[in-house]
Write a protein that binds this ligand. Structure first.
Ligand code: PMP
Length: 333
């Protein structure tokens, strides 16, 4: 064990956990990168650190430049950025849709971020949180983190997550995860393919998102919506385009919620909905590759951020998502 230097030094080097139940059910070794154990509680701490450090290096933040940062975020990037800003003495403005979980919004407030809550709107609408954040940064002369298009996001995973996975897992036969900004899947798949072109890299996409259709037949068609937070998008970002993908799976809210409950009941792993979808993807990829392979995915964040939804029977019933008893893996089709 080594001593880590402050918040910045504490980001990364997360454990790679062998998920017993899924490994036994598939005959593969299924490994989850435990990003829920990051200091800010999610995979997005890596992007937040890299975006801030890169902006400082480029003279866009700190020093003689502005000491204010603005970002539009569904929550986890905001939490990472709010902590980074505290560690560096910057003011952090967060524009967040007001349908995100109360836990994440309260946490951002507690961390000292200046919150700008906006109603959820489609991307084409100038009132969408992404455009509101861009305009706020322009008005204030602040640095706009722009996690969707800022290449420092995927670069964080090319420089850290990808190399950590290879160092710990050795041969990686398959990698799968979902996409929000695309930084995680873009950066990790690009790195894994550069080390070993044989590694099969797959997207698992949620309902309401365009990326499954885009990867499988090149169109951005999408229908429906998802209760999963932080993932799903209807456009191709620069960070997603960094990726090198072999294919895609579609996963449902039902499968993801059931997986969250399964992982708690069978493995003592308490992870959020996108991590549930990622594990659904890992089972689908393991079944596709066949027994004996090593499949890696990302445990994106913890379920503590979503207890009022994912562990609330009334909320689950309202959405028609209350899991059947987690007795087998038949819920993953
Ligand atoms: N899961 C959760 C819970 C997230 O907050 C995010 C970030 N939006 C993701 C997954 C997706 O990560 P990325 O932005 O790197 O695609």
């Amino acid at each position: 064990m080594t001593i880590r230097d402050g918040f910045i030094g504490a980001v990364g080097a997360t454990p790679l956990i062998r998920i017993h139940s899924l490994s036994e059910a598939t005959g593969c070794t299924i490994l989850g990168k435990a990003e829920h154990l990051q200091p800010g509680g999610s995979v997005k701490d890596r992007a937040a650190r890299h975006i801030v450090l890169t902006a400082e290096k480029e003279g866009k933040l700190g020093g003689n430049a502005t000491r204010e940062l603005v970002e539009g975020t569904a929550g986890n990037t905001g939490i990472g950025l709010a902590l980074m800003c505290r560690a560096r003495g910057y003011t952090c403005h967060i524009v967040i849709p007001d349908n995100q979980s109360a836990e994440k919004i309260e946490m951002l407030r507690a961390l000292g971020a200046v919150l700008h809550l906006v109603p959820p709107k489609p991307f084409a609408d100038q009132a969408n949180y992404y455009h509101v954040a861009r305009r706020l940064a322009e008005e204030r002369g602040a640095f706009w983190a722009d996690q969707f298009e800022n290449p420092a996001n995927a670069q964080a995973h090319i420089d850290t997550t990808g190399p950590e996975i290879v160092a710990e897992a050795g041969t990686v036969d398959g990698f799968v995860c979902a996409s929000g900004t695309g930084g995680t899947i873009g950066g990790i798949s690009a790195y894994l393919k550069s080390v070993s072109p044989a590694t099969q890299c797959y997207l698992v996409d949620c309902e309401g998102s365009s990326l499954y259709n885009y990867v499988t037949h090149g169109s951005l068609d999408a229908t429906g919506s998802s209760i999963l937070e932080g993932i799903g998008i209807r456009r191709i970002t620069k960070n997603f385009a960094t990726g090198k993908l072999d294919g895609a799976f579609a996963g449902t809210d039902r499968e993801s919620v059931q997986m969250v409950h399964w992982l708690l009941e069978k493995d003592g792993l308490f992870v959020g909905g996108s991590a549930g979808l990622n594990c659904v993807g890992a089972v689908k990829l393991a079944r596709k590759l066949g027994p004996g392979k090593t499949v890696v995915t990302i445990l994106t964040d913890g379920a503590g951020r979503y207890t009022s939804r994912l562990f609330n029977d009334a909320w689950l019933d309202e959405k028609g998502l209350r899991p059947r008893s987690a007795s087998d893996l038949s819920f993953v089709s």
